[in-house]
Each structure stands twice: as C-alpha cells, then as structure tokens.
Design a binder for this molecule. Structure first.
Ligand SMILES: Cc1cc2nc3c(=O)[nH]c(=O)nc-3n(C[C@H](O)[C@H](O)[C@H](O)COP(=O)(O)OP(=O)(O)OC[C@H]3O[C@@H](n4cnc5c(N)ncnc54)[C@H](O)[C@@H]3O)c2cc1C
Length: 274
C-alpha cells in the first residue's frame, strides 16, 4: 500500500454483463466474429479467446476461397463450426457468473462453482461437426464432465492433440508442425502418403505438406497404426483420419481434401490420379 501515491484516473470504461449469441454468423459477404457474434460475462475470461478462435477458423477459409482453391460453400462451415462453440461457452460463462453471485438475482450466492477456471474440457475438447470435417465414424470420447475433463483425441473435428516427438535430434510438439497450410501427419515413415501429398500439392497448388512421426506416443494419441495418417487443417483441427492405409493413398487423400474444400471430387481428383 502506498497511501500517498498520487493516482490520476485517466478514464473509466463501464460495461454491462450480458449473454447473447448471434443466430447467424454469416449474411452473404458479412461475417460476424468476436463480441459482434457473442457477448458473454467475463467470468472465465473467454470473450477475447473465443473471438480469436473465430477468426482463426475463418481466415484460412476466406484465403482458400479467394485463391480459388475452395468452393464458396466452405464459408458456410464458419457458422456451423463456431456458433455452437460460442453458445456452449456463453452458457458456461453465465453459469460461472450466476454461481459467483455476479447477477442481480443471485447476489447472495457468492461461491464460484468448481468448474470456474478449471475448464480444460471446454477449451481443448471443443470439436467441430461440418462439411469441412470428414467423419471416420468413431464416437467422441466420453468424459464425466465436458467442461472440466479433456481427453485428447485425433478424431476428425477435434483439435489436433499435443504430443512431443523427436525431429532431427530436437524434441518438438505436433502443435509446432501444424498451422501453416494443411499438414498430413503420418505414423511410421509414411513414404506413400508423402508421395501422394507431393503429387497433390504440385498439381493443385495446395498449401499441403507432410510430417512423418515415427513415435509410439504419437500413434497411441492419434489412434493410428504404422500405416495411418491424419490431415490437420490450417486452424489446427483434424479434418480427416485414416487409422490405417486403405486403397490408393493419393485418391483417398484427394477425396478428403476435396470434401473439406467443398470442391467437386472428380474435378480435383480425376486429373491427379489419371
Ligand atoms: C471486465 C472484463 C474482463 C474481461 N476479461 C477477459 C479475459 O480475461 N479474457 C478474454 O478472453 N476476454 C476477456 N474479456 C472480453 C474481451 O474484452 C472481449 O471479448 C474483447 O475485447 C472483444 O473484442 P472485439 O474485438 O470482438 O470487440 P471490441 O473489443 O468491442 O472491439 C470492437 C471495436 O470496434 C469499434 N467500433 C465499433 N463500432 C464501430 C464502427 N461503426 N466503426 C469503426 N469502429 C467501430 C469499437 O470502438 C471497438 O474498438 C473481458 C471483458 C470485460 C468487460
């Protein structure tokens, strides 16, 4: 305490807690993101985080459409993926606020619930369902409390889990190799997947690369056998997974990318396989 400190108040920014989520995130050329799309009580500190995640989801889709790599329909998946996540986060932020007596009608109850600031499940476990995700038919991992409990999963739609692995003598994370274009993470050597990726990237100017991860922990976390692979989207979410190699890898991968980008499969794939 400095009792004689001369404090000068430069400005005051009043605010009112509210909980609103836009019914639609897109209207033709207009996309809502951040607080324009969702207002939530600050109990949990999710407002800005959710806004940054919105934009992370949107920008690679805009870039792909503007470059002619994806169909404009890819942009509809922005709403489909982000709006349900914002609803869930806003609801939980409101429950936090209520438990802490931050709302007029709950002033007397001042104990934060146990989930408050313990929301790993909601943060890391949020998963997408949309046409830009190719389901592999597996179920979402079951957790006792989806707000607090995070069970890493590489199921399509989930955030690609962090796993450390050795790369050129250095320990790096799977998170370090995704986020710049599409990345195919392969278990084992992944030579056939790497050839398919090189062919696709060259023929279609796709921002696509491969990373071989010959590591048991990776295979276990991503539920792959030694011939399997996952495709991670530019926003770090798993878009497709093949737990083992089946059939022609170039064709399989091409179909997956075509589905995610909303392009006519035959147009993009037929040429590269021919
Ligand atoms: C007390 C409090 C604590 C918080 N703590 C956290 C936290 O710990 N973690 C967290 O993630 N979030 C937190 N938040 C939430 C976070 O502050 C907001 O979610 C975030 O600032 C929203 O950013 P935004 O860019 O979407 O909107 P804003 O920050 O509202 O930015 C919108 C900007 O657009 C400008 N603007 C508006 N209309 C126009 C116009 N017509 N033309 C040009 N410009 C315009 C505005 O002036 C403003 O600068 C907190 C919020 C509060 C109130």
């Amino acid at each position: 305490m400095l009792p004689n400190l001369d404090v000068k108040i430069l400005g005051i920014a009043p605010w009112t807690a509210s909980a609103h989520v836009a019914e639609q995130y897109r209207c033709e050329r207009i996309f809502l993101a951040g607080d324009a799309a969702h207002e939530m009580p600050p109990t949990g500190g999710f407002g800005m985080n959710t806004g940054v995640q919105d934009v992370h989801n949107l920008v690679w889709k805009l870039a792909a459409v503007l470059k002619g790599l994806a169909s404009p329909s890819l942009l509809d998946t922005y709403h489909d993926e982000r709006q349900p996540v914002a609803r869930a986060i806003t609801e939980q932020s409101l429950i936090n606020a209520t438990s802490m007596g931050r709302l007029e009608q709950t002033r007397k109850n001042a104990g934060a619930r146990s989930e408050y600031l313990n929301e790993q499940g909601m943060i890391f476990g949020a998963a997408y369902t949309s046409r830009a995700i190719v389901s592999d038919g597996t179920e979402a991992p079951h957790v006792a409390n989806p707000v607090t409990d995070y069970l890493p999963s590489a199921r399509p739609g989930a955030r690609a889990p962090h796993v450390f692995f050795q790369n050129d003598g250095a320990q790096i994370s799977t998170i370090d190799v995704v986020g710049n274009g599409f990345v195919v993470l392969t278990a084992g050597g992944g030579r056939m997947w790497a050839e398919a990726v090189a062919e696709l990237a060259k023929d279609h100017s796709l921002p696509l690369k491969t990373q071989a991860i010959d590591d048991e922990a990776f295979m276990s976390a991503y539920e792959l056998d030694a011939s399997g692979a996952v495709l991670v989207r530019p926003d770090g979410y798993v878009g497709w997974r093949s737990r083992a190699m089946m059939g022609d890898p170039a064709r399989t991968l091409c179909d997956a990318i075509s589905t995610i980008l909303g392009r006519i499969s035959s147009r993009i794939c037929a040429r590269s396989i021919a």
